[in-house]
Design a protein around this ligand. Sequence first.
Ligand SMILES: Cc1cc2nc3c(=O)[nH]c(=O)nc-3n(C[C@H](O)[C@H](O)[C@H](O)COP(=O)(O)OP(=O)(O)OC[C@H]3O[C@@H](n4cnc5c(N)ncnc54)[C@H](O)[C@@H]3O)c2cc1C
Length: 496
Amino acid sequence: MFIDLAKSNRRELPRCDVAVIGAGAAGITLALELEKSGLSVVILEGGYRDYTELSQDRYKGEVTAGPGFTYPDLDVWRLRYFGGTTNHWIGWCRRIEENVFGPRTNDLGNGWPFARADLEGDYQDALEICTLGRDVFDANELLGGLGAKNLIPSSDILATPVWRFPKELRFGGYYRIRMQESAVPIYFGANCQGFSFEEIDGRTSARKLHIKNDLGVDFELTADCFVLACGGIENTRQLLVAANDVKGLRQSDTLGRGFLEHPHGAVGAVMCGDHAPEDLVGFTDYPLDIDKTQFKIGLGLSEEFAAERGMINTSFTMEPLESIPEESLHGEALRKLWESSRPSATKSASSHVIGLYARTEQRWNAESRISLISAKDDLGSKRARLDWRVSDQDVADIKTSLEMVAKELMKAGFGPVTFGDPAEFVTMEGGGHHLGGARMHESPDHGVVDANLKCHAVDNLYAVGGSAFPTAGFSNPTLTIVALAVRLARTLKERL
Ligand SMILES: Cc1cc2nc3c(=O)[nH]c(=O)nc-3n(C[C@H](O)[C@H](O)[C@H](O)COP(=O)(O)OP(=O)(O)OC[C@H]3O[C@@H](n4cnc5c(N)ncnc54)[C@H](O)[C@@H]3O)c2cc1C
């Protein structure tokens, strides 16, 4: 049921069990899962069913990045309307690597407060919610299904991670009718402005949610529990605002810190060598699985191999070099090769040159952070500032991984390999993945939310989404965000 808050006469919205703030991948999933439970649920969505300039403007902020790094303005890689940023995501999906959940070495962060196996049931639901088809992420099995040979088999050193792509890409489009017909009210133009808190016997809880509609008119909502599902940066921004009243949110001094991205960019290229490009099914293209969902196979170091060396997890996907945009090439040698592989150059050379496009992890870094600035949006809320930092060790690990993957490719009959310039890796871009900022940890001394995504410092306030990731691996995050929303729905059903 869609309701335009600008048309509501009631300033005090009807009380509910669970108020979900944000209708992106996390918020839609949570509401649909909770709908089955008999709990009364309401979604407050800042935007409308379709894009509006006014709503999008509230995502503007300030961005800085470490020397050499660049990051787009905060309203470029976020969308503020029904469906959220999945309105322009690309749909790369896979589970996060298993080692990311466990304790990590070499400054790689604390790991997650539960094992990946504990999330498996929720991942199963998330695969369905994201319309990813059958649960097959094994390169041999996928290629076998197509009758194709795997020219680059995995080994103790080399991994061949697989991504699947949704049959229905746009959450907003796909779930619109279901949400419209659902008993869960979605208030559009409902901009979360913060909470009032109350303290009883030393315990803090959120009493009321304060909301403004697009005209700046105030509304209030009382609920048993509130869930922030506003995307990684906005969740953190809302918690930074709340921390003015609830000092405990800052107990661990991690609120706003540890913003994580996935450094992306073409950092190498390889010649097909003994092989014909058309034999690289799944590696250089995006074929259809037997169930008609697309998949893609990448390359990387095996988790065990990287972990033994205390390195971040990395992956490289193979794309025909000429198809990679020039601005994504890192290093002069790569740019020259790219020039020579353009369609205007000799055709025979072009199709044999394959770019190696990095999609990697970065270490948890306290200096990589989200904060509030004094500039305010039209509704009077302080805007966010992002300072993205990637450590020198991360860049060194990307280079080492690429060299090791290149050796494995040469063993498999590919080559020669051209490397990008490591000095230029520091101009790598992100992937639009906003992770960290309100990390999960069992202890309030080390994290903002607990393993159930509840704020340690507030008894009935939860934050679901990328903000909770303590470390991120290299896998694109949305499948895991959806799995976390399913997990949270289970938690709330048990608690309320
Ligand atoms: C270019 C691009 C490509 C991407 N490709 C991939 C990919 O291939 N694979 C992948 O896994 N991920 C990808 N992502 C990331 C993916 O889009 C996000 O992980 C996902 O959208 C996060 O879901 P979410 O529900 O946490 O947040 P969002 O989808 O951002 O939803 C947040 C919702 O909260 C609402 N909101 C915000 N502030 C307020 C407020 N104050 N009050 C009320 N409502 C509010 C917003 O309007 C929005 O609807 C990509 C991102 C970008 C930018």
